[in-house]
Design a protein around this ligand. Structure first.
Ligand SMILES: Cc1cc2nc3c(=O)[nH]c(=O)nc-3n(C[C@H](O)[C@H](O)[C@H](O)COP(=O)(O)O)c2cc1C
Length: 170
């Protein structure tokens, strides 16, 4: 391998290689020990263990959701159908630093006080562990203890929402 390309060239090269990928897109919600609620759209996710079941989400350190997740013991992960893009837009293009998203959608108090979004096809939730890292996103591993709902339709995926402007710059 030759010298590493400069940052801009490397980013452009990666964008070119990865732009056709279509991972599922989810909404992560949190509630902290002060009663603050937060949630944002997340494309950096992966199932990461079968037993015990584990699911990884990466949260931007600039997000209101990250601040709240730091003081939350549990996280909820909402799975969306394609028809539920409006909910994705609310949670992906608005930041809780400026607006209360929960005043603009329907939700219920769920396990551990987590806000559960009625408009999502399904959700799962459980204790979450932060794995510190040095990048602009940090890893939280959720160990689901409860799962609800069904995804009978096409899931909402990255290609369906890549045109949205993020509420916070990454
Ligand atoms: C297509 C798309 C994918 C996104 N993926 C992530 C992600 O993986 N992790 C993350 O923390 N934010 C991601 N965001 C950005 C947040 O959802 C967005 O900045 C949101 O407004 C933050 O809200 P908050 O400040 O209330 O947490 C994504 C946004 C879009 C539009």
């Amino acid at each position: 391998m030759t010298n590493a390309p400069d940052d801009a060239a490397l980013r452009a090269g990666l964008d070119d290689l990865l732009r056709h990928g279509n991972p599922p897109i989810v909404i992560v919600t949190a509630r902290d020990d002060r009663g603050r609620r937060a949630g944002c759209l997340v494309g950096f996710t992966s199932q990461c263990a079968i037993g015990p079941p584990s699911y990884a989400v990466w949260l931007s350190v600039r997000n209101h959701t990250y601040e709240v997740a730091l003081r939350s013991t549990h996280l909820a992960v909402h799975v969306l159908a394609r028809e539920q893009r409006a909910l994705a837009q609310l949670f992906g293009s608005v930041t809780g630093h400026d607006r209360d998203k929960f005043a603009e959608c329907e939700w219920d108090d769920g396990p551990s006080g987590l806000p559960i979004l009625r408009g999502a096809a399904g959700w799962f939730a459980g204790p979450a562990r932060r794995i510190p890292s040095s990048g602009d996103h940090e890893l939280f591993v959720v160990s689901p203890l409860i799962a609800h709902g069904r995804l009978d339709h096409q899931p909402l995926s990255f290609q369906d929402v890549k045109d949205l402007d993020a509420g916070n710059p990454a």
